[in-house]
Design a binder for this molecule. Structure first.
Ligand SMILES: Cc1ncc(COP(=O)(O)O)c(C=O)c1O
Length: 456
């Protein structure tokens, strides 16, 4: 093969480069972006045709495929009426800067290769640790999502339990409540940790004071088998915060690691109106906070923080002949989760924090809470809707008395089809209800009202 053919991939192409940057600029300036939505595999196959060929389609057609076929088949998570699951509303500063992070192609796994990026990411992690009240020595890394952050934290917890000789008492157990996120259950399965599931309260919270004596003595009888206790600060289904201080007391009594999953709720650590709900989080051994949920960072960006990072380092540091040059005592993000190569995914979050300052973050989170409250007031005042429970953070559960699960589903499908908004039903104690989650400061009370069930 000639050099010419071998170097085709890397030959500069001014036209293609500018076209891609223009397309990114266009997407950044859409206000609002179209909601868009999924298409069937057959529809996509027909619209896209053969994409990957021996000689390539060329830049213009490839970019057209993305802008005309691929992108419109992806929901715009930043649309102000995307209120399903946990949306994303990255700041423009963060999203724009993400393009520069990509262009710089920084290796974010080690200090040796990415010292500057690691320094910046650590400043952002420190800010999160300060919001939680973790001590000076705390630290961690950014991983792809809350699921991997939870897995990392529980792997470190298991490591400490083993190191302290827990295995002499039997197999490891993790205490969690029914309100814990599904990723905790999946981490326990992957790590072969046995769950001890306790009931949640009438808002989906883990409140040890409300556990019956049989459950409490069940936990006590596990003795040193309890490797960790998991609390959730912002349950996904109801947006409630566990009684963190009481769960911390329980973990202390068990001599166990306390993990707090604040993947969604962690944004409210910088809220002025809701910070008090998080009292006790400062006692955690590890915390998950996803800036790609409620802290205005683009995907993917989730923080796992450790009170004592050394425990995580012992768990995750990889050793190989060729790697020892990297294990030189400096801070390597690869030591704090099951990863080695990594994108410096914390940088867009860091940049936006530096640009806007932390007060803007507090104001943005408080705004979403205020909009949730205003929307809740409208539901309360309505004659055809009911609040399933008062919101604690920014999740609203709304009941339309008389509606079957099919009516909720049809309503959501119609909203998506008509490009009004995107919401999905959930169930609460077996009953189908509408669930909305507000994390976008651009979302207004009218946007929320627009997706609520109509009177008839
Ligand atoms: C409380 C909680 N934990 C963990 C996760 C999983 O996060 P991710 O989707 O980023 O893996 C979620 C997702 O919504 C969540 O709400």
């Amino acid at each position: 093969m000639s050099d010419d053919a071998g170097q085709r991939l890397h030959r500069p192409d001014d036209i293609l480069r500018e076209a891609v940057i223009d397309a990114a600029r266009d997407r950044l300036t859409l206000d609002p972006p179209p909601l868009d939505g999924a298409r069937t595999p057959d529809e996509l196959a027909a619209a896209a045709g053969t994409m990957i060929t021996g000689s390539g389609l060329g830049g213009e057609r490839a970019l057209g495929l993305f802008t005309d076929v691929i992108a419109p088949a992806c929901l715009s998570m930043d649309h102000p009426r995307y209120l399903a699951f946990v949306p994303n509303s990255a700041s423009e500063a963060a999203t724009a800067f993400d393009m520069l992070v990509s262009a710089s192609n920084i290796y974010g796994g080690s200090w040796m290769e990415g010292a500057g990026a690691v320094h910046a990411e650590n400043a952002a992690l420190r800010w999160l640790a300060d919001r939680a009240g973790l001590p000076d020595g705390a630290g961690g890394t950014f991983v792809s999502g809350g699921s991997i952050a939870n897995l990392s934290a529980l792997a470190a917890a298991r490591h400490r339990w083993r190191r302290r000789g827990g295995a002499a008492s039997g197999s490891p157990v993790v205490v969690l409540s029914r309100g814990a996120h599904s990723s905790i259950g999946s981490a326990l399965e992957l790590l072969d940790l046995e769950p001890f599931l306790v009931p949640d309260d009438d808002r989906g919270r883990f409140r040890p004071a409300e556990l019956d004596p049989a459950t409490l003595s069940g936990i006590e009888s596990l003795g040193e088998r309890v490797a960790a206790v998991v609390a959730t600060a912002g349950t996904t289904n109801t947006g409630s915060v566990d009684d963190l201080d009481a769960v911390a007391d329980l973990a202390t009594r068990c001599g166990a690691w306390l993990h707090v999953d604040a993947a969604y709720g962690g944004g409210a650590l910088c809220s002025t109106s809701r910070r008090h709900l998080f009292d006790g989080i400062e006692r955690a051994d590890s915390i998950t906070i996803d800036p790609h949920k409620w802290l205005f960072a683009p995907y993917d960006c989730a923080a796992v923080l450790y009170r004592e990072p050394e425990e995580a380092r012992r768990t995750f540091t990889q050793h190989a002949e060729y790697l020892e040059a990297v294990n030189d005592g400096e801070w390597n993000p690869s030591d704090y989760a099951p990863h080695l190569s990594r994108r410096a995914r914390g940088l867009p979050f860091w940049f936006s924090l530096v640009v806007h300052g932390t007060d803007a973050y507090a104001a943005a989170v408080d705004r979403t809470i205020e909009v949730t409250e205003l929307a809740a007031a409208r539901v309360r005042a309505s004659e055809h809707l009911e609040l399933v429970m008062e919101p604690e953070l920014s999740v609203l559960l709304v009941r339309r008395p008389g509606w079957t699960p099919e009516r909720y589903r049809d309503h959501c499908e119609r909203l998506a089809r008509d490009q009004v908004g995107f919401v999905v039903p959930t169930t609460w104690r077996g009953e189908t209800v509408l669930r909305l989650c507000v994390v976008n400061p651009v979302t207004t009370p009218d946007d929320v009202t627009a997706v609520l069930p109509p009177p008839r």
